[in-house]
Design a protein around this ligand. Sequence first.
Ligand code: CDP
Length: 205
Amino acid sequence: MSEGFTIAIDGPAAAGKGTVSKAVAAHFGFAHLDTGLLYRAVGAKVLAGIDATDAARGLVAEDLEDDSLRTPAVAQAASKAAVIADVRAALLDFQRSFAARSGGAVLDGRDIGTVICPEAPVKLFITASAEVRAKRRFAELAGRGIEDSFEAVLADVKARDARDMERVEAPLKPAADAVVIDTSDLTIEQAVAAAVEVVLKASQR
Ligand code: CDP
């Protein structure tokens, strides 16, 4: 089932999309693209004084390797840049080419099932309560030595959710045919198993 098979995974901030996407990609031997990193790379450039659209148009692979991309400040800048239609348009071809690669691909983000790959045979929407998501992000940041209060992390998650859902261009929402997985009460293993099961079912259709 790998030939051009695309798995689209969307969901709000810190819902566990990255973890589930990586595990699903490894399970099926597919390539994985964290599309949030593209927007984070643009956000980092905006913080460095570069125009958002110029940054998106000039993005190169090395821009995605910067450790600072995982900070809350860059996440906020990313979600502000992500409302700009020209920014999203500049990143479209790269994402679609990645999705069409022959070995199969998992893409995770906000608009993969709705805009980037509306024809994907598998669409997942991974979500969890804002409190659970903030707890996970808080622990992840602390593990990387980034000290932020829980309240600040929760506020970041909620602010980005609101901006991502309310924007005109490619707002965050489940595709009509997406399978929603709420990971609030699931372990990582359970969430991954649920996602793998959805993919297997879809591939048998
Ligand atoms: O890791 P987390 O879920 O917190 O965020 P991310 O996936 O790295 O995305 C950072 C920001 O980029 C999001 O808040 C969105 O505003 C934006 N984004 C987007 O608009 N479309 C995507 N396909 C991926 C990310």
